[in-house]
Design a protein around this ligand. Structure first.
Ligand SMILES: [Zn+2]
Length: 109
């Protein structure tokens, strides 16, 4: 893909921004525990999702999509729809570089 570097830069920028936002939100949201969260503990993670303010969950979901997109870049599968495996339209990636589905599959959801 010709614009890969451009999208990568945008994704990395977004990732940083969202991580900072989450960090800020968590300062206000922080309850009794302030332990670092690690990806492995799924059950805890879900629980924290429920406890977290409504603002954090969508940010984390987005962050997850961005990480997946960056992983795909290193695997060379970035820009392909997860459902139909066709190339995602550049117009979609332009708006949403972490997009995992093409326009057709997205609107079918
Ligand atoms: Zn598709």
């Amino acid at each position: 893909m010709k614009n890969l570097e451009k999208y990568k830069e945008r994704l990395l920028g977004e990732k940083k921004k969202i991580e900072d936002e989450i960090k800020d939100l968590r300062v206000y949201d922080m309850g009794s525990s302030d332990e670092d969260r690690h990806g492995e503990e799924k059950a805890d993670e879900i629980e924290e999702f429920m406890n977290a303010s409504g603002e954090i969950a969508p940010l984390e979901a987005r962050l997850e999509d961005i990480k997946i997109a960056l992983d795909k870049m290193s695997e060379g599968t970035y820009g392909l729809c997860e459902k139909c495996h066709k190339e995602i339209d550049e117009k979609v990636l332009e708006v949403d570089p972490e997009s995992r589905l093409c326009q057709v599959c997205k609107s079918a959801e």
